[in-house]
Unconditional design. Sequence first.
Length: 257
Amino acid sequence: MLTLLGLEFRKLLGARSVRIALIISFLIPWIWALAPRLQQVYGLVLTSGFQVPAISLITSVQFVLPLFVALSCAEMIGTEVAQGTLAPLLLRPIDRNRVILAKLITALLYPALLLVVLLLGSFIAGLRLGYGDFTGGTGLGPGGFIGQGALTSAMALSQVLRGYALGALVMAPIAALAMLYGVVFLNTSAAALATIATLQIMRLLTVFPEGFQQILLTTHLDLFLRQGNISQSLILLVIYTVGFCLLSIFAFDRRDV
């Protein structure tokens, strides 16, 4: 299994789309750290480097990160089918379920990799603002960017790390959904488009009753901003992720590639 995981990670990191996504993820924070009109446009004044990760995450989760995750995870199946490398792999004495499981684990870890790069870029971009104690908020803790008074650097760091960990969890169902569509369509473009379209349709369903909205994946994409009890959202995200993964395994086992 470890051999398959290593192989999948090498293939993932070798994809041009992934390399581009990693570069863009590293560069996005610099837009906010160096923006000359941030206050005029968003009414926000950055007073600490700990605030750069928050604004980078908040803006990226809306569209950029889901797009990267959908495209790259769909590509894990579609590209191999297009290049004819998946069928020979399945002809080897390897269980099909182990093959798709290795791909799923890699896909679920990919959003975390993107967020690590985004966080690294944010910390470097925020160096000019400093990382000492400050008055205000990180944007990922109580009070948002306004905060609730003085904040130590240790407290600020813990809020940022918590936010990014939840951000990785938020992206996991999207990765699993892209893999499911990849198995169903065996085509990168179709799978990526279906993933993004599904997310957009879910967002449009905000016109439905609130009780119905609470079961939608998109309702919980801002989980990293929430404070207090988030257990219900966490459980729902895990259910989505596990459900999409199980459907992917079931479909892959019966799919003729």
